[in-house]
Design a protein around this ligand. Sequence first.
Ligand code: PLP
Length: 425
Amino acid sequence: MTSTFPAHLLPATARAARDGLEIGGLPVADLVTSFGSPLIVYDEKHLRARCGEIRSAFPDGASYASKAFRCRGIAQLVHEEGLGLDVASGGELAIALAAGVPPERLTLHGNNKSLSELHAALTVGVGRIVVDSDDELNRLETLAHEMTTGPRVLVRVNPSVAAVDTHRSIRTGHEASKFGVALEDGRAEALVCRVRQSRRMRFGGVHIHIGSQMTDLAPLRQAIGSAASFASSVDAEELIVGGGLGVSHGLNDNAPDIATWGALARQSAEDGGFRGPVLAEPGRVLTATAAVTLYTIGTIKRRATTTLLAVDGGISDNPRPALYQSVYHPLLVRHPYATADIGDYTVVGKNCESSDTFARDVDIPGNPQLGDVLCLPVTGAYTYAMASHYNGLGRPAVVLVRDGAARPILRRETVEDLLRVDLVS
Ligand SMILES: Cc1ncc(COP(=O)(O)O)c(C=O)c1O
């Protein structure tokens, strides 16, 4: 058995020290001692480096899709690094504003924005609103009297790209998708005309987003090409190509890098005849590998075919195994090496569902014991952000580490937090 330190699945500053895994110059076992378990640890240097790669790959501009992981600490960091923020609800808008991100750096998204969300966006003066339907444009028009500056309105188009190599729940550019308006039957053009005719709005451009966790970029090339030729036909000021770049989850995965994605986006836009600014909205690729989740093993059960290691979190803090059948490569913090071999261990959570399984039949070098801390890499995107209170579990604390210091950015939720919304005393 050959085991390796899986650097490509870990934050940039992760290293195997004599006492175990370190991130940001800190032994992660000490972080659990200080902040409790489970714990999510983000590497600040990794996040800042990724922002830099995104700026270089998309020199016309990029906004972080804050749905991947949102809190004020991340919004501030991303803003300091020169990215805008994509917000997909009134809640995400409020968090970005509370973080001090200037409204003109925000893009409002969503396939069913409410009147109050549109109203809030217009009142503060968000930089862009991406309209997703005629119904939504009707709502925007009812608020026209609120529009002092005339918002920049983009139209989200659906390029009808079916063969995207990702889980069906995160494909968003196929014909039956709930997102955007169809390019093919003239509806997108009609919506652009309506925006143009409105005296209060300014037509800003065209938007697509065809899916997430894509590692084959061919469908993206096709979708950007179609959107670009439409953008040029309607004289759009800019083209936003969404997010979608996938990350490696497996020991042998080799996901494309951000520079490759940027070059492909630019080239596909040019091939489609669009010469204006091309912008992006990365989410996963910025935060996924920047974080690990640390869990403590509390129960070990031997079964005929496997040994179950039960940890102190589960699909309530990371629903991806239940939603997308995602699997992880757990590492032992005191011996952070992994092997691609099939092994004896199955890692389960403490939620009352059998889908609450992070890894099946994997090898975990180092002989895991009760009380050991396990590290789940690549858990910085769409994990905490999609977490629930299932089984009355509060969400974990989140810390940002850098140069030997840890800064808590979200505190652990307590039973008092759960009871706060419960009105019967
Ligand atoms: C409109 C839009 N832009 C960007 C993203 C970010 O996608 P990803 O996290 O795959 O980069 C999403 C995610 O669903 C999205 O809906």
